[in-house]
Ligand binder design. Structure first.
Ligand code: DSN
Length: 421
């Protein structure tokens, strides 16, 4: 048998068409102001770990208990990720295999509920997540999702959560979501879960990096089950983790595999381990603090320009702008900003009279721009750009939008991405 020498073929030589697309995306990410609250830039080390031969290996099972041989290295990689996760989040057990946040949340259902059981979560238009029991998601079709919301002040109404929990007796209560600008009162949720006999599941995907950086309270000691994606403020690869108290470890592990998934994505596990090591460094705490400082500064600047912010501001990385009084919907605003090189997403606001595909809100966040090194000093400029673009979009003034795009690209050229673009 002839053994061919392995060839290291650059992507550009093998598939120039695709390579060009990746280069175009790199340039887009480098030249724009990325304000999508759930996005970030990973380090070169995280990026390197994802593109490794670890992806060649099947590893159904858990370290020391696999269904395939040849796990001498993979077991060590997964154990490293688990140890770093439990130590960083102060929880007894970690499962680092979920492919992403949605399957990780589904594993929580599989672990603690039966089809048809009631679950209580923040309703999607109020700031929750699809997988917290919203009706179009499998979690709302196979389970009975009951939604709580915020009060007119834009803050989670724990009295409403308690009344619903006691009336509906859910098996699981989810706290956390995708458009919540204020910190989550884990202790308050834990009390309610204890009163109604539910398992409290904290979905900290958006702010996990703020938790490890010490600028958002930790769910440890309050929520026996915690889910986080790994690619938002935590700044790791696209993936997720489940953390839990020791008593739930076996149930959670069984739910992920063999309950829902097959082989773990070992290259992602490795990159999660790298991201967790980075997040344990003092620099990361400074990053988390800067994310919140930037968001607060940006919120102040927007308020000063007359914008309505849900809950009146932010404690976190995220700002939800209610554009109702600008007479421009969230969608045309997001599209105009995109033309100006400012990337955000349109979003419902609580009690939104408009439809989810054409809502009143704009969601912005500071994790990615803080990774580029922008600070409080730049937030006035960012707010001014947002204001100019929204005003221009209302007036049909495309010239201003194009002028802002040039200014954005000029500024961002001074703030290289963590991978050097
Ligand atoms: N898509 C994520 C977000 O933007 O918040 C949630 O899954």
């Amino acid at each position: 048998m002839t053994i061919t020498q392995p060839t290291v073929t650059p992507l550009a030589a093998t598939d120039p068409e695709l390579a060009n697309l990746i280069t175009a995306e790199e340039q887009l990410q480098a030249s724009t102001l990325r304000l999508i609250a759930s996005e970030n830039y990973v380090s070169g080390a995280v990026l390197a770990a994802t593109g490794t031969v670890l992806q060649n290996k099947y590893s159904e099972g858990y370290p020391g208990r696999r269904y395939y041989e040849g796990q001498q290295v993979i077991d060590q990689v997964e154990r490293l990720a688990i140890t770093r996760a439990t130590s960083l989040f102060g929880m007894d057990h970690a499962n680092v295999q979920p492919y992403s946040g949605s399957p990780a949340n589904l594993a929580i259902y599989l672990a603690f509920a039966e089809p048809g059981d009631t679950v209580l979560g923040m309703s999607l238009p109020m700031g929750g997540h699809l997988t917290h029991g919203w009706n179009v998601s499998a979690t709302g079709r196979w389970f009975r999702g009951v939604g709580y919301g915020v009060g007119r002040d834009g803050r989670i109404d724990l009295d409403q959560v308690r009344s619903l929990a006691l009336a509906e007796r859910p098996k699981i209560i989810f706290c956390g979501g995708t458009a919540i600008p204020r910190i989550i009162d884990f202790a308050g949720f834990a009390e309610i879960a204890a009163e109604c006999g539910a398992v409290l599941a904290a979905d900290i995907s958006h702010f996990a990096g703020l938790v490890v950086g010490g600028v958002h309270p930790s769910p440890a000691g309050h929520a026996p089950v915690v889910m986080t994606t790994t690619h938002k403020t935590l700044r790791g690869p696209r993936g997720a983790m489940l953390l839990c108290d020791a008593e739930h470890a076996k149930t959670i592990d069984r739910a992920v595999f063999p309950g829902l998934q097959g082989g773990p994505h070992n290259h992602t596990t490795a990159a999660i381990a790298v991201a967790l090591q980075e997040a344990a460094q003092p620099d990361f705490a400074r990053y988390a603090r800067a994310v919140v400082d930037n968001a607060k500064a940006l919120a102040e600047q927007l308020l000063a320009r007359g914008y309505d912010l849900v809950s009146g501001g932010t404690d976190t990385h995220l700002i939800l702008i209610d554009l109702t009084n600008t007479e421009l919907g969230g969608k045309p605003a997001a599209k105009a900003l995109d033309r100006a090189g400012i990337v955000a997403n349109y979003n419902t606001v609580p009690f939104d009279p408009r439809k989810p595909f054409d809502p009143s809100g704009l969601r912005i966040g500071t994790p990615a721009i803080t990774s580029r090194g922008l600070g409080v000093a730049e937030m006035a400029t960012v707010a001014e750009w947002i204001d100019r673009v929204i005003t221009a979009a209302r007036a049909g003034d495309e010239e201003t939008i194009i002028a802002v795009r040039r200014e954005v690209a000029e500024l961002m050229a001074h703030f290289p991405t963590p991978t050097g673009d």
